[in-house]
Ligand binder design. Structure first.
Ligand code: KIV
Length: 271
């Protein structure tokens, strides 16, 4: 395989072009090979190996416990499946806040050990030194502002962020800081739609919204939520495109019944 043929079709540069053309960016999470293969083949632009893996894959209540090694395991599995989409990997909590050298080491591990395309980091001014250091090593960075779940113990709630003027003004400043540093895009999570619209119009880098309204340049959802695998999570911003929980429960129930009744396997299903 030539070097050129290994470059996936969606690049960070292509996302900028999409914003310039007014073409919306579709992003979903994936954490494993089989799901990433389906999501990529369906034509998604960006796959996020989110630290939401802590919740939907590992069953933790928050994203705080997931480790760099766990993220690398998920990201490797996803990268092996993906041919077209840009693959972005979350730097997990504790691997980039506070010390930009540690941040760079974490990002380099992700890039070298997973062959993903970029990393994502939560926060603005507080982490800008780490963002700059990672970018200076040639690693593309996606920002993440608004509700930043890694700070849940500071916020104490997953409610809408930046409703007050002071927090909204800080978010706008942070978005500009991230753009000036060289981030290629920024997730805006659970903020008022009008604020997301303002940030989106002021920035040249694309914004990707989750619970941030329709004016963002793109949208992201957690794939288990939008497929209805995960039924216990129903925020207003979530649109469910399938009810896989019911489909899977029904399939497993029928399998159990067939086994118990001696109906599976039948003669055609044996050697
Ligand atoms: O980890 C994640 O899934 C995310 C998205 C919700 C943006 O950060």
């Amino acid at each position: 395989m030539s070097v050129e043929s290994k470059v996936r079709a969606v690049t960070t540069y292509r996302l900028t072009e999409m914003k310039q053309r007014g073409e919306k960016i579709a992003m979903l999470t994936s954490y494993d090979y089989s799901m990433a293969k389906i999501v990529d083949a369906a034509g998604i632009d960006v796959i996020l190996v989110g630290d939401s893996a802590a919740n939907v894959m590992a069953g933790y209540e928050t994203t705080v416990p997931i480790t760099l090694d766990m993220m690398i395991y998920h990201a490797r599995s996803v990268v092996r499946a993906v041919e077209r989409a840009l693959v972005v990997v979350d730097l997990p909590f504790g691997t980039y806040q506070g010390n930009s050298k540690v941040a760079l080491d974490s990002a380099v591990r992700i890039m070298k050990e997973t062959e993903a395309d970029a990393v994502k980091m939560e926060g603005g001014e507080e982490i800008i030194e780490s963002v700059q250091r990672i970018l200076s090593a040639g690693i593309p960075v996606m920002g993440h502002l608004g509700l930043t779940p890694q700070s849940i113990h500071k916020f104490g709630t997953y409610a809408v962020r930046a409703k007050e003027e002071a927090e909204a003004a800080k978010l706008v400043r942070d978005a500009h800081l991230l753009e000036e540093a060289g981030c290629f895009a920024c997730v805006l999570e659970k903020i008022p739609a009008a604020l997301a619209a303002r940030v989106t119009s002021e920035l040249a880098m694309p914004t990707i919204g989750i619970g941030a309204g329709g004016a963002c340049d793109g949208q992201v959802l957690v794939v288990h939520d939008m497929l209805g695998i995960n039924k216990g999570f129903s925020p207003r911003f979530l649109r469910r495109y399938a009810d896989l929980h019911t489909v899977m429960t029904d399939a497993v129930g029928r399998y159990i019944a067939d086994v118990k009744e001696g109906d599976f396997p039948n003669e055609k299903e044996q050697y």
